[in-house]
Design a binder for this molecule. Structure first.
Ligand code: ATP
Ligand code: MG
Length: 593
């Protein structure tokens, strides 16, 4: 039997890597066999030496949509397996008959693949369901009973709680604790056969009612639940407790490093007790798995509690699970975050024993780092006002449009050229004009010259206004011989350059300007009401114009709108005829000072 390797964690941000490297160096798992599929000791004994150097697993419960915290677990488990020549199993921890649905199974598989990971290795699928192990779990429970290491307790839940003791007081033994194995076995089979009501009795491991670790005070391992299961239907009336099921799932799958979040640290002694006991009984293969805990990923300005996320959806505070403001993987995906950016953010957040908060801004930074070198550039006008070039005909004669070109990306010639037209009427940003320029304002105001990016220099002459004194058009003249890219074009010096699109060729588009859903960094910390800090400006929908080079953009395509930030064509609502762009993030963090 193996003993738990000494825990030398908590020192480094990659303590898991250290543990794996140490185990590999010591050959801790060198003699491990794997039969190609999960199974008990005899099954694996008949297999070959495991070609996978380590085995990890990602074990979600299919009871909701995955969120950014799960992305951390996915990148960690699949990432470590890839790094060390191992295999990561995709496993549904579906031992709880309630709450679990196929819809969630499908969306979880989709999310893992979208993040760039898979469970198919050399033609073998490592997609597993814990509910497939119910037969073994039951058999192991009978073996524990026969070995005198489990008993059926018929106390009420209240009695059991009262007898458990607390941190200062040892527990007291149940009156059923010393019942002989044969009587326990008979009772347990009655439980299995549906002869008792929910809650009438439970099967408990017989460990130590005086243990300083309350989790070792004879924990319940099987309970009665007359419920239909999404996978096994009505086969079972009893279901294993999570703390019993999980170690067995790991062992049947020959997992080496079972990585989980810190709240399971107190469960590790039971994990070890159970696997050691079942190994001794000859049921499980050795060397057995070991559990390692790390601090969960907490990200500022989001909430990740499934219950609270569900409240946002049910109360229509957001437009569904894939609302681009949701921290769900489907939400982040629709918002336009890339798998690369999410993986980068998770890696940069580090893995340690010390909890902490990762700033939401780090996701935006990772997104910019990913897209800066990849996303095509384009111009867009978010809050449009017309700019009229009064002397157009004097400068360009009868030509209605002057063709303009620009690289799709300043450093990626492979992405090609964009083409669009400069004409006598353009759309510009409303705030690029001021009737009276504030200090330091270098854009359009009467008498000032600016460059229209990729176009010409213009000199502002004034504006037109409506009865409410609102600017309805900005007026300017073209400064001759200033076409970008022509000799002497920079003869006229300007302090400002503005972006624009042609009224004649711009594409009208819906622009969904998303921002953080909460104004507070820790919206639900300390039991706070997260609905009290909703950001009223988290979604603003405007009509704007985008450059004509984007005319045939497919859905789910990312671009950088110059000066505005990164946008994506919405994967649900965008069509070529009715374009919809989601703002992913600005070019710099507008939340930090
Ligand atoms: P539940 O309350 O329903 O158990 P859960 O968030 O723990 O919710 P699981 O489906 O059990 O959901 O999670 C799957 C895996 O993802 C687990 O191994 C869990 O530890 C891990 N995980 C969940 N949230 C985080 C997080 N914020 N950071 C890192 N890992 C996480
Ligand atoms: Mg969980």
């Amino acid at each position: 039997m193996t003993s738990a390797p000494a825990d030398d964690s908590a020192k480094s941000s990659n303590f898991l890597r250290h543990i794996i490297e140490r185990d590999l160096a010591h050959g801790a798992y060198a003699g491990r066999r794997f039969a190609g599929t999960p199974g008990d000791a005899a099954h694996h004994q008949a297999g070959t030496l495991d070609p996978a150097r380590i085995r990890t697993r990602f074990p979600p419960e299919p009871n909701g949509y995955l969120h950014i915290g799960h992305a951390k677990s996915i990148t960690l488990n699949f990432g470590l397996a890839a790094e060390y020549g191992g295999v990561c199993h995709m496993r549904f921890d579906d031992t709880n008959p309630e709450k679990e649905e196929q819809e969630y199974v499908d969306s979880i598989l989709d999310a893992v693949q979208w993040l760039g990971f898979g469970w198919q290795v050399n033609g073998t699928s490592h997609l597993y369901y814990a509910s497939h192990y119910f037969d073994f779990m039951y058999r192991a429970a009978e073996a524990l009973i026969e070995a005198g290491q489990a008993y059926v307790d018929e106390q009420s839940a209240d009695e059991m709680r009262a007898h458990r003791g607390d941190f200062n007081t040892p527990g007291t033994d149940s009156p059923y604790r010393d019942r002989p194995p044969a009587a326990n076995l008979a009772r347990f089979r009655e439980m299995r056969d549906g002869r008792h009501a929910d809650g009438a009795m439970v099967l408990r491991a017989k460990i130590d009612m005086a243990s300083p670790n309350i989790n070792l005070r004879d924990p319940a391992i099987y309970r009665i639940k007359h419920a239909e299961h999404h996978n096994t239907g009505n086969t079972w009336r009893i279901y294993p407790m999570y703390t019993y099921a999980h170690p067995i799932e790991d062992a049947l799958e020959q997992i080496t490093h079972s990585i989980c979040t810190l709240e399971f640290e107190d469960q590790r002694p039971f994990y070890d007790w159970l696997l050691d006991t079942l190994c001794t009984l000859g049921l499980l293969a050795q060397p057995r798995p070991h559990q390692y805990e790390f601090a969960r990923l907490n990200v500022t300005y989001v909430i990740t509690s499934k219950r609270k996320l569900r409240a946002l959806v049910d109360e229509k505070i957001v437009d569904g699970w894939d609302d681009p403001r949701m921290p769900t993987i489907v939400g982040l995906r629709r918002r336009g975050y890339t798998p690369e950016a999410i993986r980068l953010m998770c890696e940069r957040a580090g893995t340690s024993k010390a909890g902490g908060w990762t700033d939401y801004a780090s996701l935006d930074i990772a997104l910019r780092d990913d897209l800066e070198g990849k996303a095509a550039r384009a111009m867009a006008v978010v809050d449009p006002v017309p700019l009229k070039l009064a002397n157009w005909a004097e400068v360009f004669g009868s030509a209605a449009v002057e063709p303009c070109h620009a690289p799709a990306h300043p450093h990626q010639p492979d992405l090609g050229q964009r083409a669009f037209g400069l004409g006598p009427q353009l759309w510009i940003e409303r705030d690029d004009f001021a009737e009276i320029a504030p200090k330091g304002f270098f854009r359009l105001f009467p008498g000032n010259k600016v460059r229209l990016k990729y176009g010409v220099v213009v000199e502002c002459t004034g504006c037109e206004k409506d009865a409410q004194d609102r600017v309805t058009a900005v007026l300017a003249n073209v400064v001759p011989d200033t076409r970008s890219g022509t000799p002497g074009a920079d003869r006229v010096k300007v302090k400002g350059t503005i972006t624009w699109v042609g009224v004649h060729d711009a594409i009208a588009a819906e622009l969904r300007l998303y921002d953080r859903l909460f104004t507070e960094a820790q919206p639900d910390a300390g039991g706070k009401d997260f609905k009290a800090s909703l950001n009223p400006a988290s979604k603003q929908v405007v009509r704007g114009y985008v450059e004509s080079s984007l005319a045939a953009l497919p859905a789910d395509t990312r671009v950088q709108f110059e000066r505005h930030g990164y946008f994506v064509t919405d994967r649900v609502d965008h069509t070529v005829g009715a374009p919809v762009f989601n703002r992913i993030t600005g070019l710099k963090d507008s939340w930090s000072k």
